[in-house]
Design a protein around this ligand. Structure first.
Ligand code: PLP
Length: 359
């Protein structure tokens, strides 16, 4: 319940990221929920123990839940959130997943399949008819859009409709788009998953995940299992995630503008065979001739950091196939560029200079 003088909505999402998840407005109270480091709480209330509840999770969950339009649960990492959702699939049921989904999601599914827990069907999400056909007999349709790192975009409304017609649930990994660009629950999806590590927290300094659902039953099951399995974030992580999320809209605006410009300029370079940019978001993929050329480029920059991950204020790049676990259908020379919020001219001079020296 909000007290007099408390923030009331509904607001636009650029305001929600700033205003949601605040403590009650009372004299001498801070504007942000302070970090609460607690294992047990004094008995007699709703919290009881640090595996069940923490005020910093709640503040973060309130904010992301409001942004995505559902109940949010925070997890220790994006992959912990994904494991919690895949655990909803009953023994022997079928899961449809993009062949170019995040490698960690594919890894979990391959492991579950190897142990006879689920059946996995990999699909090419650029072929909507094939995805729609695969929904038949599926229990869970797992989508990621855009995909990491192929940057393919899923026709979410078509896939959600087909999945529901077949009685399947739909989960969408919304890490790349963020709720400011795409809100899968509004499109009818049952579950949204985030690696909070990326854009939501935005500063490359924490690992955290989240699930959001508008389905009360799913929300209740997930909460009970998080209580018992314990894949919870620390209070510091939740506090940093919410602090980072306050600037999500301005960071994303700047990073997207930078990414569009970098993609446009890379496409003019003869050393780059192909540039992939879905037209939104801040990740760009550049395909170079081979692994060697790509490796040399990623090691020759001085402003861009050769590092994995994405979604931070600082620009990073890496050749994806340097990971043994990356999908074999991702080109050896594909470099994923996670564009940050630096001055675009400095970003370009660094990238172009490195290409001149190594391309
Ligand atoms: C990074 C990432 C994940 C995994 O999240 P962690 O926080 O690293 O566990 C899941 N999905 C996508 C799309 C990602 O980019």
């Amino acid at each position: 319940m909000s007290a007099p003088g408390d923030a009331t909505g509904p607001w636009r999402r650029g305001t929600v990221v700033v205003a949601a998840g605040r403590p009650a407005r009372e004299p001498d109270q801070p504007l942000n929920v302070p970090v609460t480091l607690a294992a047990p709480y004094v008995a007699g209330g709703d919290r009881e123990y640090g595996r069940y509840a923490n005020p910093n999770w709640t503040a973060f969950e309130d904010a992301l839940g409001e942004l995505e339009g559902g109940r949010c649960l925070a997890y220790a990492s994006g992959l912990a959130a994904i494991a919690a959702v895949l655990d909803l699939v009953a023994h022997g049921e079928r899961v449809v997943v993009p062949r170019h989904a995040y490698q960690g999601s594919l890894g979990q599914l391959a492991d579950l399949e190897a142990r006879g827990r689920v059946q996995v069907e990999l699909v090419d999400v650029t072929d909507t008819a094939a995805v729609v056909a695969a929904c038949e007999d599926a229990a869970l349709v797992w989508m990621e859009s855009p995909t990491n790192p192929a940057l393919e975009v899923v026709d979410l409304p078509a896939v959600i409709e087909a999945a529901h017609a077949a009685g399947a649930r739909v989960a969408v990994d919304n890490t790349f788009a963020t709720p400011l660009v795409q809100r899968p629950l509004e499109l009818g999806a049952d579950i949204v998953v985030h690696s909070v590590t990326k854009y939501l927290s935005g500063h490359s300094d924490i690992v955290m995940g989240a699930v959001v659902t508008a389905d009360d039953e799913i929300g209740e099951v997930l909460k009970l299992r998080r209580d018992s399995f314990g894949a919870i974030p620390g209070p510091w992580e939740a506090w940093l995630a919410l602090r980072g999320m306050r600037t999500l809209e301005v960071r994303l605006e700047r990073a997207q503008a930078n990414a569009a410009e970098i993609a446009r300029r890379l496409a003019e370079r003869p050393e780059v065979a192909e540039v992939r940019y879905p037209g939104f978001g801040a990740v760009v993929a550049a395909v170079l001739t081979d692994a060697d050329q790509a490796d040399r480029w990623t090691r020759a920059t001085s402003l861009w950091v050769n590092a994995t991950s994405l979604g931070g204020v600082e620009s990073t790049l890496e050749r994806r196939r340097r990971w043994r676990t990356e999908s074999r259908t991702i080109p050896e020379g594909l470099v994923r560029l996670a564009v940050g919020i630096e001055d675009v001219e400095d970003l370009w001079e660094d990238l172009a200079g490195a290409l001149d020296r190594t391309g």
